[in-house]
Design a protein around this ligand. Sequence first.
Ligand code: IVH
Length: 686
Amino acid sequence: MQSLFNLDFEDAKAKHKKLVAEIAAHDKRYHDEDAPTISDAAYDTLRRDLEALEQEFPELVSADSPTQKIGATPSKGFSKVTHAQPMLSLGNAFSREDVTDFVERVQRFLNTDKPIEMIAEQKIDGLSCSLRYEKGVLVQAATRGDGTVGENITANIKTIADIPHTLPKGVPDIIEVRGEVYMTKADFEALNKKQEEAGDKVFANPRNAAAGSLRQLDASITASRPLHFFGYALGEMSAPIAQTQEGIRQALEQYGFKVPKPSALTTDVDALIAYYEDIGQKRATLSYDIDGIVYKVNDLALQVRLGQVARAPRWATAHKFAAEKAVTVVEAIEIQVGRTGALTPVAHLTPVNVGGVMVSRATLHNQDEIERKDIRQRDTVTIQRAGDVIPQVVEVDLKKRPSNSKPYVFPDVCPECGSEAIREEGEAVTRCVGGLICPAQAVERLKHFVSKSAFDIEGMGDKVVRQFYEDGWIKNPADIFTLKDNYAEELKEKEGWGELSVVNLFEAIEKKRQIGLDRFIYALGIRQVGQATAKRLAITYTSLINMITALQKAQDHDSPAYAELLNIEDIGPAVAEELIAFFHEAHNREVVQQLQTQLTIEDFINDIRDDTAVAGKIVVFTGTLETLSRSEAKAQAERLGAKVAGSVSAKTDYVVAGQDAGSKLKKAKELGVTILLEEEWKALIS
Ligand code: IVH
């Protein structure tokens, strides 16, 4: 590699530190939050800079450098799985030369100048997964995680129709199938539309949507998302099922898996490149995203000889596609205000064709992103649409910048309501503090309230909500239920409305006067309280009045009510604060009271049993369980009437300890809580 930097050691050290921090932040956003803020290409550039820098200054390589790790560290919530064989990542090739280099490296390593047969296959842009079958039965599924330890997502994986739960008779006792979970482009667009209508998180691209859908602690949410799977490799095997990579593809198909098609088998670099170009041409017409082509040595015996170096196999490489780019002009920078008051800058562009799609807007993410790239109104910019469906600005052409151009000043007041917009220390997002008085937030909240997963009021789409709000007919959610009494006549007169549509709307509203507690909580649109959290709150408190009373008490952080709140799985101090603050705020309490007079909010009733040995008991699971994933164990315990808590206290009845149980087990011993091994727990509930 040529000397890229020309730096002295001190400067190199500073640059290294900066790159490491930047990459770590992007890794976190990508892997833990499923919400990346830069394109894959920009990320690859950062990584390559870091690698080049470390090559020049090897003394800078530290254990925590991203070059020493694969992907994400497993996140909380799922139990951990140590892969029987590590899940590797792939080296990259960006040009024909890189591909020739790869093939020559393989030959050199094998000490031969004979042509090597390679198979070329689409590189699916999803997330990799390892599926373990024992005696033909799917027993465990895991994410890649850091390559060594992943997350146990068995329950979630079992909801994917492409994945067989059993394999045909006669297969080896242990088979691990590796492949990619993905979402089609069409399903991604539809999901985002739904998310947007519900005021929920919108995903940046199909891959993030697949990741976000798969890593749900509540497998029923995964089941509601359309996920697919392609198989392409094997992990641990008790006996071989093929001699070649092509043989693996055939075996997988026989077992009922889908494999990406077409593939190409060849000993010729030209043919590899021809395949790459051919698929590249067709890329836009595929129903799913791919981000390159993988070339693999076909002969598995050779693969074994070649082995791996650091994080990637020597026998394969990924030939990446360049992101699709175009040049256009930023006509204006506009700020959008979301339901929670987040100010998101959006670039309005002179419409331009990028890889077959007309693009007129690009996200600018946040203030830092605008400042980092120094994007200004009237700038000529390069935009790109990679796997990322939301286009991004990659760079500004400074030569074309108008002479009177001024840096963009991020607003410190909300453009919608004039309230202050504040960016908290350490946060990337600027928020309007206007809350209920901010029309943008109010409309977004109303949209959320009537959306599918909340009150699901038919006939109240975005446009209707906005119109009624602008007319002053509905200012808060409770006004929806008095609309008929107050504005029936006016509505009939309104353009686009007739007798029938008015009747239909009022009927749709009437139907929703009765609602389950979990939906009601979700509909309130409290920050960080999504469907899963709302359900957990409903299970814990069973009635609205219980919940409100408990949240009032929880203002005192030393109270048992606060401890109980934090004991709910997935509720940490930040979510707890949002909940307490929401019900402390006078306007919110008033709206909730008005809603209570309009609605019947049903107490939460589970199909939970009360006649079992564990009914009413508080149970904590810790460590890795052998036969169950954490979410399965939890769901099972809850069905049997137990309450599953996230931490151990004197109130805990049982701690079920799996392998590598740590601090919770220690605490249970200190408090004298009954500790059960997995078999003992199973005996108790059987
Ligand atoms: S073969 C080294 N084939 O891309 C493991 N990987 O960015 C053998 N990927 O970690 C991988 N499509 O998860 C292979 N057709 C394909 C693939 C593929 C996507 C993933 C894989 C890998 C990642 C590297």
